[in-house]
Design a protein around this ligand. Structure first.
Ligand SMILES: Nc1ncnc2c1ncn2[C@@H]1O[C@H](COP(=O)(O)OP(=O)(O)OP(=O)(O)O)[C@@H](O)[C@H]1O
Ligand SMILES: [Mg+2]
Length: 267
């Protein structure tokens, strides 16, 4: 049962340059519905922030975008998600390359128990992206540079990734995602385990990455959403209430539920 009868998302959920397009997406965990008829475009080279109270479905929706929900047995997704116009839920789609193209960075940095070098080289090796050691070295260096970590680790590439600080580990995970040549990067509260300085570095990085990638980021920090995103999508009890330019959402939101959330009346 949806909370608002005939609810239609207000604002601008569409984009002329959609990289990803969600159309009428519903998500169920067993009998329980977690996402209600969500349609949203994510534009090329845009950073979109997904915000809303705990349990409103942000992570669930994000996981639809690279079929990560497939890994949850009781989870069932209906509707369509189009990547460059092609439905990623088509049974012929192989999820392994899909999840390289639409990469994901999680809340808690999760480096593999391997060296810094091997954390980055792992993906390119299994996806066959390098034909020689020299090429692999280049991918590792380039990925670490893009993630803003190269200077800090270039002299200790063979030390364990788990020996880095939390903020460095999260940049390592971003470098690992970048190494397999993604087009979209999904981030689920990537800074929630980090201190303000490490957070600032990741936020700066997100802004630079936008030049090359399309990014969707879930965040509980409205300041962070305001700093890194161009559009913001507000979710409430599994519905997409409003999507608008980030500055509009945080200054003159169109929907009363968005306003109640950003003024701290709930959530
Ligand atoms: N694996 C799961 N099995 C069953 N129900 C789930 C599962 N994951 C999420 N849910 C339910 O789906 C709804 C949306 O959860 P989700 O984790 O997507 O919310 P969220 O907005 O990311 O919350 P938070 O801000 O706390 O991370 C919640 O009611 C949650 O209990
Ligand atoms: Mg979540």
């Amino acid at each position: 049962m949806s909370i608002i009868e005939n609810h239609k998302t207000v604002g601008l959920p569409g984009s002329k340059s959609a990289k990803l397009r969600a159309e009428n997406v519903n998500v169920f965990y067993g009998e329980k519905q977690a996402i209600f008829d969500v349609s949203l475009d994510i534009g090329s080279n845009e950073v979109i922030a997904l915000i809303g109270p705990s349990g409103c479905g942000k992570s669930t929706f994000l996981r639809c975008l690279n079929r990560m929900n497939d890994t949850i047995d009781i989870c069932n997704v209906t509707g369509e998600i189009l990547l460059d116009g092609d439905n990623i839920y088509d049974p012929r789609v192989d999820v392994v390359p899909l999840r390289a193209t639409v990469g994901m960075v999680f809340q808690k940095p999760n480096p593999f128990p391997k060296s810094i070098y091997d954390n980055i080289a792992y993906g390119p090796r299994i996806h066959g992206l390098a034909s020689s050691r020299v090429e692999l070295d280049e991918i590792v260096e380039k990925s670490l540079q893009r993630a803003g970590l190269w200077n800090e680790v270039k002299d200790r590439l063979h030390a364990p990734g788990t020996g880095l600080s939390g903020g460095q580990q999260q940049r390592l995970c971003i470098a690992r995602t970048i190494a397999v040549d993604p087009e979209v990067i999904l981030m689920d509260e990537p800074c929630s385990a980090l201190d303000p300085i490490a957070t600032a570095k990741i936020e700066e990085l997100i802004d630079e990455l936008r030049e090359k990638y399309t990014i969707a980021i879930v965040t509980h920090s409205m300041q962070q959403a305001a700093r890194v995103s161009q559009r913001t999508a507000y979710f409430h009890l599994g519905q997409l209430i409003e999507v608008n330019a980030t500055d509009k959402v945080f200054t003159t939101p169109e929907h009363q539920l968005t306003e109640a959330y950003i003024t701290g009346r709930f959530g």
